[in-house]
Ligand binder design. Structure first.
Ligand code: XIL
Length: 316
């Protein structure tokens, strides 16, 4: 059939995938699908702090640049993931016990070097703030940034990123915010107040880590309240996991879920696209993070298309 990236382009959105440089170098089928099907790419891990700044002041772009080179070669746009998060930070940062001034200068150095010097012009959008809320509640999540800098860390990081690369689209990204609930309500209030204060926030990333059958009915409506604020929205990490072993019926439910997500995005003017969190079921993070679950992606363990792939094509 026609590749997803071409169908998506005709509809005015992008369909992307999370990528991993090790698989890219090792697996010809993986390479081929990534190049052929996806018009956008997100680094699954190699643009996180532990990868980019493993020692204080020592930056390593080698693995990330395997991806940017591939994206260039295949005319793919690159989403940057991620600037501030509570996970996958290097030990020197996590254990550092820095005071506010020093932590702020560490943040500025990282953002200037990564978002500015290295990736400006190669990464068009950044998840500047990842998972800022506690799950299931409207409270900000305690992390090293909040604990030391207070809630102003979010606006500070957005301003720094905007100074570093004035062309980059700057996002807050989170999970379990796809439907209306206390967490997405709190995010809405935060986004509204950031915009009122003049912070350079451009978009909201809805991660989209679903269980089969679990796409909220009000997803489009919920995304629309954010676009009504003048923001763009993107589904940034879509996968639909199944309790293993996956039955044919669950694979059909999953296919409906993939279709619903793309339809929701198309329905909301201001949704820029959908990124799936991996290529084939064997590469997905789901089985190792959620034991007993799996089969979460549109291609199977041998990179053959599943019903979900067909339904993505139909939705587009
Ligand atoms: C996951 C990766 O897929 C795994 O390989 C890694 O071990 C942990 O992180 N939310 C995010 C992503 O924002 O960065 C996470 O990616 C999945 C949940």
């Amino acid at each position: 059939g026609v590749p997803l990236r071409d169908l998506a382009a005709e509809r005015g959105i992008r369909i992307g995938a999370a990528a991993n440089p090790y698989l890219l170098e090792r697996e010809p089928d993986y390479r081929a699908l990534l190049a052929e099907q996806y018009g956008s790419m997100t680094a699954e891990n190699v643009m996180k702090w532990d990868s980019l700044q493993p020692e204080r002041g020592v930056y390593d772009f080698s693995t990330a640049d395997v991806l940017t080179a591939f994206a260039d070669e295949h005319d793919q746009q690159m989403r940057g993931h991620t600037v501030l998060w509570h996970n996958q930070n290097p030990e020197w940062l996590d254990q550092g016990e820095f005071g506010p001034e020093e932590l702020r200068s560490i943040m500025r150095d990282h953002i200037d070097t990564v978002v500015g010097e290295h990736f400006a012009g190669r990464v068009y959008a950044w998840d500047v703030i990842n998972e800022p809320f506690r799950d299931g509640s409207g409270e900000l999540r305690p992390n090293l940034w909040l604990n030391t800098l207070g809630r102003g860390y979010i606006a500070e990081a957005l301003h720094m990123a905007h100074e570093a690369d004035p062309d980059a689209r700057l996002y807050i990204n989170d999970f379990n915010i796809e439907g209306r609930n206390p967490k997405s309500d709190a995010l809405y209030d935060l986004a509204e107040s950031l915009l009122e204060e003049g912070a350079p926030l451009h978009g909201i990333g809805f991660q989209g880590h679903f269980h089969a059958g679990g796409v909220p009915e009000d997803m489009a409506e919920n995304m629309r309240r954010f676009t009504d604020l003048g923001l763009e929205v993107t589904v940034t990490e879509l996968d639909v996991s199944i309790k293993m072993p996956a039955s044919a019926e669950e694979l059909r439910t999953q296919a409906r879920d993939y279709r619903a997500v793309v339809e929701n995005c198309l329905e909301v003017g201001g949704c820029t696209g959908v990124t799936v969190w991996g290529i084939g079921d064997a590469d997905s993070w789901i089985p190792s993070w959620f034991p007993g679950r799996g089969a979460a992606l549109p291609f199977d363990e041998d990179y053959a298309p599943k019903p979900a792939y067909g339904s993505l094509q139909e939705a587009l």
